[in-house]
Design a binder for this molecule. Structure first.
Ligand code: TYM
Length: 330
């Protein structure tokens, strides 16, 4: 039986952080054996925020190194750079013809970005969900490992797939589902009291951080003056620390601190020290492999080249059929 197809991507806008790792990358890793996986670096998507031209190749390489260091295996999965697969632009154009201004304007990510960069509300930002849908539908993927913040974009991708099928009376694109290793999509919190960990929020712990850097960041996490009554509900900043423990640490560790919270004997300093040590331990092998891969530029180039060839083959096959469905020459 043919393996089902999985696609996922990350914008090259800096180093991978724990949100990327636990929210998405770790889910990719669990799928490499069973699925036909395409993991790419979304360099075109990063243009919506106008990166400096001199930074683009460096940023792409950083993600490539870190993807590999996390354990994505180029022998099993296809790793490629989005801009190496020009076919995606043709599908983006076709999908844009059936994407409506109102629905694009209503997406939360668009509204947020428009608020953050009011003097650069460009059409690329508006059509970000169609480009993302093209990335996914390009390979006719059924599963997409992503964090919780991508749910609305995923909803749009499903809508565009459904609309295409019904407009042309075909059953061509599957409706792609979000996938998470945990039972529901993850939102990795920031430890500074703001909702999620994110590059633009400046609250990231990076997978490349040293144990000392990790400890420094975790010890600075915002807390309160402690529980006031046994078994009380945790305020958001404390819940964030517990969510991190739940994601990174062993269940026993979580239960231990949870009990301490419930009987009001918790010492946040102890919790933070444990959390920092657990994050550092989880990231140690990854950090070593980052060193290894960063040194081998030839290997990185070969992996990206082979990945692009495989991705283009899959993309070209989809495009031929899409052109036929739309009435264009194949
Ligand atoms: P990006 O680059 O913002 O983030 C990459 C992945 O990391 C996840 N993530 C998080 N998950 C949980 N908690 C967090 N704090 C956190 N921060 C980031 C994101 O959910 C994402 O899965 N639009 C995408 C890139 C993309 C894409 C695609 C993804 C383009 N085309 C096709 C999947 C399929 C983005 O900006 O991710």
């Amino acid at each position: 039986m043919e393996k089902e197809i999985v696609v996922s991507g990350i914008r090259p806008t800096g180093n991978l952080h724990l949100g990327n790792y636990y929210g998405a990358v770790r889910s990719f890793l669990s799928m490499q054996e069973e699925y036909n996986c395409y993991f790419f670096i979304a360099d075109w998507h990063s243009l919506t925020t106008r990166p400096k031209p001199e930074d683009i190749q460096k940023s792409v390489r950083t993600i490539l190194v870190e993807y590999l260091a996390c354990g994505i295996d180029p022998e099993k999965a296809t790793i490629y750079v989005q801009s190496d697969v020009k076919e995606v632009l043709e599908l983006y154009l076709f999908l844009n013809m059936n994407a409506y201004l109102g629905e694009l304007e209503r997406t939360t990510t668009f509204k947020e970005k428009a608020r953050k960069q009011p003097d650069n509300v460009n059409a690329g930002l508006l059509t970000y969900p169609t480009l993302m849908a093209a990335d996914i539908l390009m390979h006719r993927a059924v599963k997409v490992p992503v964090g919780k913040d991508q749910e609305q974009n995923m909803e749009m991708a499903r809508k565009f797939a459904r609309r295409f099928n019904s407009m042309y009376g075909v059953d061509f694109f599957p409706e792609p589902e979000s996938f998470s290793m945990s039972s529901k999509a993850l939102k990795v919190p920031g430890l500074d009291g703001t909702g999620k960990m994110g590059k633009s929020d400046g609250n990231c712990i990076y997978i490349k951080d040293t144990p000392e850097e990790i400890k420094k960041k975790v010890m600075k996490a915002v807390t309160d003056s402690g529980p006031v009554a046994p078994n009380s509900e945790k305020p958001e900043v404390i819940q964030n620390l517990f969510t991190m423990l739940e994601i990174v640490s062993a269940k026993d560790t979580y239960d231990y601190f949870n009990e301490k919270w419930n009987d009001c004997s918790i010492r946040y300093g102890d919790l933070k020290k444990q959390l920092a040590a657990d994050i550092a331990a989880a990231m140690a092998p990854i950090r070593e492999r980052i060193e290894f891969y960063s040194k081998d530029v030839d290997l990185l180039d070969r992996i990206a080249k082979t990945g692009a060839e495989k991705a283009r083959e899959s993309a070209a096959a989809t495009l031929r059929e899409v052109r036929g469905i739309l009435g264009f020459r194949k």
